[in-house]
Design a protein around this ligand. Sequence first.
Ligand code: CTP
Ligand code: MG
Length: 250
Amino acid sequence: MSDESRPSPAQTPVAAVIPAAGRGVRLGPGAPKALRALNGTPMLIHAVRALAASRHVSLVIVVAPPDGAAEVKSLLDAHALPERTDFLVVPGGDTRQESVRLGLDALPPEYGVVLVHDAARPLVPVDTVDAVIEAVRAGAPAVVPALPLADTVKEVEPAAEAGEPEPVVATPERARLRAVQTPQGFDRATLIRAHETVTDNVTDDASMVEQLGLTVVAVPGHEEAFKVTRPLDLVLAEAVLARRRLNDGF
Ligand code: CTP
Ligand code: MG
């Protein structure tokens, strides 16, 4: 497509890539993390519904565990999802970065805005999703939802062995720090270039865009967009769902 015929970011349809191929080692033994249930529904289904709840999102690409694509397809078929949203399932890779890239490889050309959202953040509110989309549509090449920190953060010299005392090297000013969540939103061409160019190990997609020298902006995140990482997070996630059910009356 030439630049002239490409829709502006304000009009282009939005796709979401949901990396769900991780094992969930920190959660302990069991099924791959994204397939574990929260209140009886797989975490991945919660995450897919959270993104498809945005009326701007017309395609969701789920990156399944490498040997779990068929299982994920049947899960999507078995659960009620919005009619207006299309779904694709692709098998993932050994790292999150590789899984996201495999998802991007399946992205049809008409989608000019891409969200990348961890399946492990099943409870992100739709308002957060829409705030990220709005900032990309307003012209930012990369957008992250972010929250101020409660804890003071220290940089240490990591010890050779876990549990050994670690010398503190620095204390960044807490007021300038943010904890970053997903969905992160991108201009499609920017994210694809970042994934083609940056080979360092990274823990989020926006940092690859930073490495291209482009500006990433942060918009307000939400405490319900936390990542389910350790067993206690499952307790919190189910408590959030119970509170929603009380508030919504279903
Ligand atoms: N992810 C992925 N492919 C991988 C590794 C991770 O798609 N090879 C996904 C996970 O499924 C998750 C998201 O990236 O939705 C964030 O990763 P994380 O929370 O670290 O999940 P896991 O890697 O599954 O957990 P752990 O690191 O504890 O094993
Ligand atoms: Mg991981």
